[in-house]
Ligand binder design. Sequence first.
Ligand code: CTP
Length: 224
Amino acid sequence: MSPTSRTGSRRTGSRRSKRHVLITAGPTREYVDPVRYLSNESSGKMGFAIASAAVAQGDRVTLIAGPVRLETPPGVRRIDVSSAREMLRAVRSEFRDADALIMAAAVADWRPARKLAGKWRKKDQKTETASLELVKNPDILSLVARQKGDRLVVGFALETGDGVRRALRKLRRKNADYIILNDESVLGSERATVTILATDGSSVRLENKTKRAVAKALVALEKI
Ligand code: CTP
């Protein structure tokens, strides 16, 4: 596999039009009550860097962002969402008109079974322990990739131990074209080490690169 640069859309014949790339970024928030939520440390930097790189290579870009403190890159159309279910709705709706999906968001796997209408007060809890019932969030990547047809779908993975084998299993399970395996060092950092795994079993490792350099390689990926 060699990432090659591309211009124009796969869907065009002689009349070339821009490729529409849909990118997700950042964490999701799953509210327990009006002021508390479950989330994760994702900064959104990787997804935003991918959006910038896609614009730079001439793509039309829609960025679906969880709650992050980042400026919208010039030329990018941004849709802000909060929960995984909101992100799923936005991705489903935007994917209809897209040529590629890059799921860089760190979607929360679980959400509280109920969101309390008022604040969860300590004084209402008579015991020293409390438990929170969680339900599984929809797997956005898997659900959307089922209907991808000839469109490119790229997912991410962050694994602890036996990374490549687990990421390859994830690639097949989720019906993606590529999985980008991140090293744990990526969280909050300006640099990244990733392994790009493809459906044909090939892989490319990018070691200690800027997120900008990784992003440039990712927007050059093509369907095998
Ligand atoms: N993803 C998603 N919807 C979810 C969870 C994850 O679309 N509810 C996407 C992420 O955006 C990422 C890929 O799936 O592109 C892999 O996410 P990861 O959290 O590593 O996978 P999980 O299926 O949650 O597997 P694990 O059991 O390792 O947590």
